[in-house]
Design a protein around this ligand. Structure first.
Ligand code: ADP
Length: 428
């Protein structure tokens, strides 16, 4: 039988020391084997799945899992129950060989690596060689190995707990930093806003604005910039309040058609300027919809503002409302650029933007005008406070084909919402 490159036995060597890797690769390739190498236990397990080795050489002291643990894991995988896995290690203390066999290793070779004898040893294990250890020593090694694994597991869980607590502490610090900064910015901004308005309304300025186009533009742009800044700061303060459950819901029966129409009217100028067609379709108005009017209007406003932002001029946007036995369903559908499947959950996270932030114009109505990535996070918190759900359906993002997106808000109808709000521990 001729040996082609494809049918030469594959040896996987799991070893973090590059010098040993080079040595073993040279010796075994010279003897006609194909050699794959991995530097950590986890990458070794992954590589084993794809390269399907005939034999694995295993270092014991690896940076993540130990060679024994990697072997135990491999033995539980289909196709790896019986293949030879041979330790190649510097550990030669008493009991190590038995512990390796207890973990599922077939053989035990100790370093230094002898390039002349290694191919023959590999050949022997590939053929049929299996190390035998004395049964009493094996039983003792099995107990020692189980204890070692449980101890490592305990240490890892403790490590993870500490890391988790640290992350939570950092997350809290981040949240209060954002909130404090927003508060600090809001105080002077309120003054700037007030003085700006006073300036705008003063008769002298009003006259100058009429007389000079340049002056008119300057004052208008300044006031618009102040508006944008206060909107951004208010968004930050609102998200920290809703996320911390510090928003009181004022629940009342709602006329959703009227709210939808009002929200659309708020964007009338932009809709005309961008030549968009916006329709409100409420065939069977949800009669039992009870929710917080202002917060639901804010949610619809964010969804409509996004639909406007991510739909090119001339597109169509439809707001619909319907009801079934369980819930009121409100949807905002656009013919815009769409959202990748991988982003469809992430867009509801605070400060996540699927678009390139470099391109942001910060306008709420310009095509692709971005924001802080807070709009949908606020919607999600508001909907959550109503015990409802929010999600997006879109075939994906495509700026040429414009597949569009449909955002749906589902709010449980009155009886269910009341029950949810009465649940112990729910403070709203
Ligand atoms: P932003 O204020 O930055 O628009 P949002 O939280 O409202 O933040 O939205 C998060 C991201 O979701 C946006 O950056 C955008 O990439 C994407 N997105 C939201 N709505 C739409 C939509 N209707 N069509 C396409 N992408 C959208």
């Amino acid at each position: 039988m001729t040996t082609t490159a494809e049918n030469r036995p594959v040896i996987l060597y799991i070893e973090d020391d590059p010098a040993s890797q080079v040595l073993v690769r040279r010796a075994l390739e010279f003897a006609g084997y194909r050699v794959y190498a991995a530097s950590t236990g986890l990458s070794g397990i992954d590589l084993a799945r794809t390269c399907r080795p005939g034999l694995i050489l295993m270092d014991i002291n690896l940076p993540d899992l130990s060679g024994r643990e990697v072997t135990t894991r491999l033995r539980a995988m289909a196709g790896f129950e019986n293949i030879p896995i041979v330790a190649l290690t510097a550990q030669s203390q008493a009991g190590e060989h038995e512990k390796a066999v207890a973990a599922g290793l077939t053989g035990y070779l100790t370093k230094p690596i002898d390039v002349d004898t290694l191919p023959g040893q590999v050949e022997a294990y590939l053929t049929s060689k299996r190390d035998e250890v004395e049964p009493a020593a094996l039983a003792k090694a099995q107990i020692a190995y189980s204890q070692e694994v449980v101890e490592r597991l305990e240490a890892k869980i403790r490590e993870l707990e500490t890391a988790y607590n640290n992350l939570q502490r950092l997350d809290k610090m981040k949240a209060s930093f954002i909130q404090l900064t927003a508060h600090e910015l809001r105080t002077p901004l309120t003054l700037i806003y007030g003085y700006g308005r006073l300036l705008h309304d003063s008769p002298i300025v009003a006259r100058m604005m009429v007389e000079s186009q340049e002056f008119h533009t300057l004052i208008t742009m300044m006031l618009q910039a102040i508006d944008r800044m206060s909107a951004a700061i208010n968004e930050i303060l609102l998200i920290s309040r809703v996320a911390a459950g510090r928003v009181e819901l004022v629940i009342s029966p709602l006329n959703i058609a009227a709210i939808m129409q009002k929200v659309v009217d708020d964007y009338r100028a932009a809709i005309q300027e961008r030549a968009l067609t916006v329709r409100v379709e409420v065939e069977h108005a949800p009669e039992k919809l009870h929710a917080d009017r202002d917060l639901l209007a804010l949610t619809l406003s964010s969804l409509l503002s996004n639909a406007i932002k991510y739909t090119p001029d001339g597109g169509a946007i439809t707001l619909r409302a319907a009801e079934n036995a369980e819930e009121a369903l409100i949807t905002v559908q656009d013919t815009g650029i769409g959202i990748d499947k991988s982003d469809q959950l992430l867009v509801f996270e605070a400060f996540y933007t699927a678009s390139d932030t470099q391109l942001h114009s910060t306008s709420k109505t310009a095509f692709r005008g971005g924001g802080l990535g807070l709009g949908l996070a606020i919607c999600a918190e508001i909907v959550k406070a109503h015990d409802g759900k929010i999600w997006v359906d879109s075939p994906g993002r495509d700026e040429d084909k414009l597949p569009g997106s449909v955002f749906t808000v589902s709010i449980p109808i009155r009886g269910r919402l009341a029950a949810a709000l009465r649940r112990p521990g729910v403070t709203r």
